[in-house]
Design a protein around this ligand. Sequence first.
Ligand code: HSE
Length: 332
Amino acid sequence: MKDSDSSCTAVAPCSTANFGPGFDIFGLALDALQDTVTIKAESADPGRQNNSASLSRKDKLTISIEVGGEGSKIIPTVPENNSAGIVVKKMAADFDIRGSINVSVNKGVPAGFGMGSSAASAAAAALAFNELFGLKVEKSKLVEYAAEGELASAGTRHYDNVAASVLGGFVIVGSNRDQNLVFTSLEAPTNLVLVVAVPSMEVPEKKTGVARSVLPKAVPIESAFQNVSNASIIVAGFGLKNVELIAYGIHDAIVEPARKHLIPGYEAVKRKAQEAGALATTISGAGPSMISILDGEACGKSVASAMAAGFNEAGLKSRTFVCRPSLGAKIV
Ligand code: HSE
């Protein structure tokens, strides 16, 4: 950190998790919406590097949080319950940084709709904190810090949204029980276009936790086989820059069937999107947003209207975004 009242701002994109069969494994950063986080060190110092006078003056860490923007009224401002706050608290503890830190979150990504809202705040917070204090934490470790923030909304650390928001592109979370996590990011084909429909509906406070509570504890081998096959096809599609292969693999035999009843209009959105030219449609993250895969932008607007019409059949208005894969979080 350069002086005692410095600040640093980072932006991080929204993301879609799971991408069909890749539950907790696949994430894709999207250029539809983003969160902005500014971290201001109001006289914070790296404690151990200071003399004892400043240590005694600044022997405590206090974090204040302000939230503005999209749906900000429902975002907690208690650091322990706010995804950016959790990240800042953890990083400050690990690097022994003390004093007063203000975290200002400007929400662009609506919370609770399957667009990686808490992850975008957490990713931007991790990047801004790292830069402000000159910590030089590598990107994969920043993903792990950002995942701490997912505890606030999901009750568990899951890495798909945060990895996408930090790294950008299409990410694969590698997780072996006894080994370190591995995050791989693949560039998307330039003709991959996504349409996201975000329904206007009430969502439970800890929506991701609720959506995880309906998942089966065990799955038939046939469903596991289908998902492994489809997930492999998706990865091949990204590797070969082939949108049709990506869309072919989107079918999810495990999580989507268990969650679809939570989304009013699910069947109609899917059917209408495909009639309008979408190659595939699935739940975005834990929902209730839905996302369609398109080869090029030609039918983007008609797919967006079709998805809105599907939600409309269930009596819901919705917002739609025709978007593309995004780069990851960055300092601004
Ligand atoms: N993979 C997570 C889930 C994403 O589906 O529960 C939550 O945003």
